[in-house]
Design a protein around this ligand. Structure first.
Ligand SMILES: Nc1ccn([C@@H]2O[C@H](COP(=O)(O)OP(=O)(O)OP(=O)(O)O)[C@@H](O)[C@H]2O)c(=O)n1
Ligand SMILES: C[C@](O)(CO)[C@H](O)COP(=O)(O)O
Length: 231
């Protein structure tokens, strides 16, 4: 049976958490590494569960850790835990398959974006509820972007005014995400990419600096500082 949060909610949140965290350096799978004494995944799930529209949370954990992740999250929120796959896309597909009947909005949210505020979960869900089939939170690109060749020689300067840095949660009408995953080919880095391939328009909403992805050691240190400062 699938665990539920708000039975009147219309949102299921899938949390891919099965990655190794190679760029963070040697250690446990990234989602299980501590941030101020608690695993990244605990921080992420606590914030998702605080969003009032959320009906169901499905976590895709490393296959070897499904039991321990279930026990770890039991005091945090009612969640369903499934085994993830070798690529993020496979982990999302496994979580999507475990969503019960009911929620018609599905959000996909990286465990690695552990400090994402519940308000961002709500704003992405609200944009889907308002009629958009696919919604992504974005930030403007703040650095000059160069295109380079294989030898790191600059080929040119890219016009950054039309570029956006993409975060999660990414929100979808359930049928749209299901169809996109059913048609998926080679793994892509985000779910919106799969939906784009189906010709479905993807709409941007403002992201949050707090939704940073913990990828490298500096990000973990930054997240610790943000937590101390009240994030
Ligand atoms: N096979 C995978 C790979 C990634 N993820 C999840 O997808 C999110 C975004 O991935 P990323 O931050 O790139 O994590 P890793 O793949 O763990 O990072 P790295 O490439 O450094 O190993 C993370 O929450 C990660 O746990 C997953 O569920 N299953
Ligand atoms: C989905 C994502 O967070 C959007 O920015 C990102 O693509 C996942 O990270 P990865 O390093 O590409 O796996």
């Amino acid at each position: 049976m699938t665990a539920q949060l708000n039975p009147r909610g219309d949102v299921a949140v899938l949390v891919p958490a099965a990655g190794a965290g190679v760029r963070l350096g040697p250690g446990a799978p990234k989602a299980l590494r501590p941030l101020a004494g608690e695993p990244l995944l605990v921080h992420a799930v606590r914030r998702i569960a605080a969003a009032p529209s959320v009906h169901t949370i499905v976590v895709a954990a490393p296959a070897a850790d499904v039991g321990s992740v279930r026990a770890m999250l039991a005091p945090v929120a009612p969640v369903t835990v499934v085994a993830g796959g070798a690529e993020r896309q496979a982990s999302v597909a496994a979580a999507l398959a475990a969503v019960p009947a009911g929620p018609e909005i599905v959000l996909v949210h990286d465990a690695a974006r552990a400090l994402t505020p519940p308000e961002l979960v709500e704003s992405v869900a609200a944009a889907v509820r308002a009629g958009h089939d696919a919604v992504i939170p974005v930030l403007p690109v703040v650095d000059t972007i160069k295109e380079v060749d294989a030898g790191e020689v600059v080929l040119g300067t890219v016009d950054r005014s039309a570029l956006r840095a993409v975060q999660t949660p990414q929100g979808f009408r359930r049928s749209v995400l299901t169809a996109a995953h059913a048609a998926a080919g080679d793994p892509l880095t985000d779910d919106a990419g799969l939906v784009e391939k189906q010709g479905v328009p993807v709409v941007c909403v403002p992201g949050s600096e707090y939704a940073l992805k913990v990828t490298r050691p500096f990000d973990l240190a930054l997240a610790e500082h943000l937590l101390v400062a009240g994030a």
